[in-house]
Ligand binder design. Sequence first.
Ligand SMILES: *[C@@H]1O[C@H](CO)[C@@H](O)[C@H](O)[C@H]1NC(C)=O
Ligand SMILES: *[C@@H]1O[C@H](CO)[C@@H](O)[C@H](O)[C@H]1NC(C)=O
Length: 617
Amino acid sequence: MATCHRSVVVRFWASLYVFLVASMVGALNVSYDQRAFVLNGQRRLLISAGIHYPRATPEMWPELIATAKRGGANVIQTYVFWSGHEPRKGEYNFEGRYDLPKFVELVGEAGMYLNLRIGPYVCAEWNFGGFPVWLRDIPGIEFRTDNKQFKDEMETFTKFIVEKMRARALFAQQGGPIIMAQIENEYGNIEWEYGQPGKQYVKWAANMAEGLDAGVPWIMCQQGDAPLNVINTCNGYYCDGFTPNAPGRPTMWTEDWNGWYQLWGGLVPHRPVQDNAFAVARFYQRGGTFQNYYMYFGGTNFERTSGGPFITTSYDYDAPIDEYGLVRQPKWGHLKDLHEVLMRCESALMSVDDEPEYISLGRNLEAHVYTTAAHPEICAAFLANIDSSSSAVVEFRGTKYELPAWSVSILPDCKTVAYNTAKIHAQTSLMTMKRNNLKTRNPKPADVDTLIESQVATIELDWEKQEEPIGIRGGNTITAHNLLEQINTTKDSSDYLWYTTRFQVSKEDIKELQGRKEDVRLVLEDVRDALHVFVNGELSGSFSGSWFSLNHSIKLKEGVNEIALLCMTMGIQNYGAFLEKDGAGIKGKVQVTGLGSGVLDLTTSEWVYQVVTNLDL
Ligand SMILES: *[C@@H]1O[C@H](CO)[C@@H](O)[C@H](O)[C@H]1NC(C)=O
Ligand SMILES: *[C@@H]1O[C@H](CO)[C@@H](O)[C@H](O)[C@H]1NC(C)=O
């Protein structure tokens, strides 16, 4: 009874607090119509900057948000990272880089709105797509389909996040910045693989989200068959021409890929800002209302959060704010200029109830005009040349305009060109990182800030190198007569798992070899993500790929031989159907071919395993 009474009192004070905060900051009623999001009865043009809170440090958050605002964004978008918030089932974490409420509060304090993409599957080039690894150990679970175990966990987490936001009064109707939330993520790309249960799951997810009563519209992205209680939105390099799942919904672009993620050993992706500006201008030209840069700041995949396989720790993304939090020019500046001009057009863009007036100006040349008969003085026009190689001169309302190839001109008064996507006026100077001649050796951590402020850029550190033993060392081994799946074995506590085995090679096996062309080979069937092969303590080869096979020449000796395979995960698979079934490590078979006695099958030999963690060093 006492407990019950106390919780009622706590709830009373909590709701009073929420009420007071809401009435102080000003509650915002959020709805939408076919044209736009409607905030307190007013349609708004929304420009959003994607920033993922755990990809920066909390110390960076205020400046990143401020730089996005200075750059002309009025919304911040983030995913919610389940694996960071619930590292063990039922144990929640909102500390440090995972202090989501703090991040959302900072967005509100900056006078901006927030798009909260809960997922809780997020892909995001994040380890396991944001799923906590323990989820795959729940008996009978199947992810992202009509499966009770999965739906229970998804609902529990989604509800937890919504309640957490509500308790801190972070939803718009409570005076907070959150104006829209997302459930699921790009499910439309893989739904076909799940058949009918997939369709049921989509409906369930939409209803579950709506039932949480967050007071803001819910979106799904890449979900053509999205139920009517959510809005389908577009992800891509270009999203003009996109239509939502049903009439009466605004045209929204959740992920404008203004760069791309990087793979180990891959090229550094780059998207020219002229093309990005063109895509954005075209989107608003053709009726778009919300556009988010994915990413506006990409940041860093700290610790072991990189997705897989092979996503680098840098998530720079060629974004307008670089990995270090510095503006990237001319990308940042050219988009800032675009946003200023778009905002000058806001009242004209929002005055039109449905589609703008379309005028063909010739082949690959088109104008869209936003104005109303009641207020012809409120008028904005976009003139586009969608030919990728030739510039053109067009006539619009009796005036001639020159349009470079692949460009849009914006006329906030339907007369004067205020911006052309192909013409950069922003700062184009490039930043270079320079070595400073002042040096200091091994400063104490406490002194580093002072050293940086006094421009001692080069800090020399002493490095220590440690030789690691090859194969099993010490205790903590597992022995089995089959090939263990890697994630089952490591529980993702480490990227490294040793698979070791020993076997006898006879004189005949070796003698037979002499005078023959065929060599001894190690044959593996299915391996991911990377592998070092050691034979009798020597490195014999290194390989990587996603479920690759191997047929590798090795040297054996007469007597006992040891094969030690160091298998590595490089970010658990973050994209695709049936993620819970994928696994990692060595699957299939392990064989040695080319011996005198024929094929030696090691698949069911005695294997000794060891998970390598930092503690072992
Ligand atoms: C492995 O490669 C060798 C040499 O190319 C070839 O003769 C042999 O058939 C291959 N073995 C398998 C199992 O693919
Ligand atoms: C992990 O282990 C369980 C039993 O312990 C097994 O049912 C499951 O198939 C394994 N997962 C993979 C991906 O091999």
